[in-house]
Design a protein around this ligand. Structure first.
Ligand code: NAD
Length: 507
């Protein structure tokens, strides 16, 4: 087996136990540019045996890594941050080519990982536990955050650097080791990301990557008895399967799943601002963000005007290769995704919604080589329609009319998902009512539904997840276990809740 090169004959490799290796089967799969079909690279088609090796490597490395002082673990992350900064432009260009988002957004994707690496590097000197008074004399109590073991990281393609960073960086600084399985649409970028950790001096086995199909690689990993934590971002359907696979071995499971996010626009809103927020949230990343706005809930006084202005702006958005400065909206990830999105246009029309703009696959000139969908807006959508309830994950926006604030909030809350929501209003009372009553994990006031920052908890309610949050301090609820420590220095047996006479002793 050839070792120690990230690629051989332009075929990328997995990283297991500190070695760059081919899949044991020798098989590979292609990763292509969704804008034009260009071959980005070949990645190893891992399988069950590759996962076994990676988990064994991570389990072995854990014995040492958990004992490396956390500030020293943090220092590796600071080096990761610096290397990501040095490689930012190269990674961003590759990201646009492999995933499709426009270059400024690709730079943002990498920047998010840089921010996370600095933040989590700093956690090496915090990872706060706490002390509290204890009820018995001459006794001390504290709660510590402890590492857990091997963490399985399974990620989608839409934030190919940022999402893995949300998981891998806090897992590592907390003292765990990782086996990473990225989405099969963006394997080359994932391998490049892992290479940064190798360059930063992460010891062998602490981070391993196995690329390959969700079935063989993902399922083996999710059900492996030596894996103690599963952190998964992807569709709700696969998330449920992950929870089932992890249940028999009682793993800790963090699921970040789909969304059906809405922007509420009240009659008193600054419409120019609302328009900018809606267009950015609905068509940025070609609508392929978990926080993308796919519903606008417009109060009845401004709905007509809002729809007209949205239509005018959306129909002028320029589709194209994300590397070109002239491009506003890049391709969608795959032919299959394109077909799935177009199906919803048919569903919306059959349900009686009014197609205002878009609604078609675009094949003009060079666009025919890629997967392009016209930014699409439906008006006259009713809250119960499939268009308004199901995640489409593409550039499709539904406008729903609401009578007043209560109506708008009710419509927002009545979906199976609960990730992000937003309200545009100039009424401070309405804004605070919305903060209180919108039942999503993220709420924006006078901003779109996208644009989370890494120091705050990220995640959602209902079908968006299982109650966990990523990022910020919340990440450590996933990647650490609490250990409560009692030190009794009284020199005698003291029984909590039973020996209650010590107050008498003091009297
Ligand atoms: P997906 O569920 O198809 O795949 C996600 C990952 O799971 C991939 O790596 C895939 O290979 C793997 N996988 C597939 N089947 C598996 C199985 N049976 N067992 C284990 N792993 C398996 O999702 P996707 O198409 O890559 O991403 C889009 C979805 O991700 C959307 O639903 C979107 O809302 C969601 N998403 C959510 C968030 C969030 O934080 N809530 C963020 C980004 C994306």
């Amino acid at each position: 087996m050839h070792r120690n090169n990230i690629a051989r004959n332009n075929i990328a490799r997995n990283y297991i136990a500190g070695q760059w290796v081919d899949a044991l089967s020798g098989e590979t799969f292609a990763s292509t540019n969704p804008a034009n079909g260009e071959l980005i690279g070949e990645a190893p088609k891992g399988g069950r045996a590759d996962v076994e090796r990676a988990v064994a490597a991570a389990a072995e490395a854990y014995a040492k890594w958990r004992k490396v002082p956390a500030p020293k673990r943090g220092e590796v992350l600071f080096r990761v941050a610096a290397l990501l900064e040095q490689n930012k432009e190269r990674l961003a260009q590759l990201l646009t080519r492999e995933m499709g988002k426009v270059l400024p957004e690709a730079r943002g994707d990498v920047q998010e990982a840089i921010d996370m690496a600095y933040y989590m590097g700093g956690e090496g000197r915090r990872l706060f536990g706490y002390t509290a008074p204890v009820e018995l004399p001459n006794k001390f109590g504290m709660a510590l955050r402890d590492s857990i073991g091997v963490v399985a990281v399974v990620t989608p393609w839409n934030f190919p650097i940022a999402i893995p960073s949300w998981k891998i960086l806090p897992a590592l600084v907390a003292g765990n080791t990782v086996v990473f399985k990225p989405a099969s649409d963006t394997p080359i970028l994932a391998i490049e990301f892992v290479r940064i950790f190798e360059e930063a001096g992460l010891p062998p086995g602490v981070l391993n990557i196995v690329t390959g199909p969700g079935g063989a690689v993902g399922e083996t990993l999710m059900s492996h008895p030596a894996v103690k934590v599963v952190t998964f971002t992807g569709s709700t359907e696969v998330g449920k399967r992950v929870a089932e696979l992890a249940a028999p071995t009682l793993k800790k499971v963090c699921l970040e799943l789909g969304g059906k996010n809405a922007i509420i626009v009240m009659d008193d809103a600054n419409l120019d601002l609302a328009l900018d927020g809606i267009l950015w949230s609905a068509f940025g990343t070609t609508g392929q963000r978990c926080t993308a706005c796919s519903r606008v809930i417009a109060q009845k006084g401004i709905r007509r005007q809002l729809v007209d202005r949205l239509q005018a702006r959306a129909s002028r958005l320029r589709l194209g290769d994300g590397l070109l400065e002239t491009t506003d909206v890049g391709p969608v990830i795959s032919r299959r995704a394109l077909e799935g999105i177009h199906e919803y246009t048919g569903i919306g029309q059959a349900e009686g919604a009014e197609l205002v703009t878009g609604g078609k696959v675009v094949t003009d000139g060079d666009l025919a080589k890629g997967n392009f969908y016209a930014p699409t807006i439906f008006d006259g959508v009713r809250p119960g329609m499939r268009l308004a309830q199901e995640e489409i994950f593409g550039p499709v926006l539904s406008v729903i009319e609401a009578n007043d604030l209560d109506d708008a909030i009710r419509i927002n809350n009545e979906t199976a998902y609960g990730l992000s929501s937003s309200i545009f209003t100039s009424n401070v009372n309405a804004a605070f009512e919305a903060i209180r009553d919108l039942s999503t994990g993220i709420v924006y006031i006078n901003a779109g539904t996208i644009g989370a920052e890494i120091q705050f908890p990220f995640g959602g309610t209902r079908g968006t997840g299982n109650g966990h949050r990523e990022a910020g301090q919340a990440a450590f609820e996933v990647f650490t276990e609490w250990k409560s420590v009692y030190v009794d220095y009284s020199g005698r047996l003291q029984r909590a809740q039973i020996d209650t006479d010590h107050l008498v002793d003091l009297a």
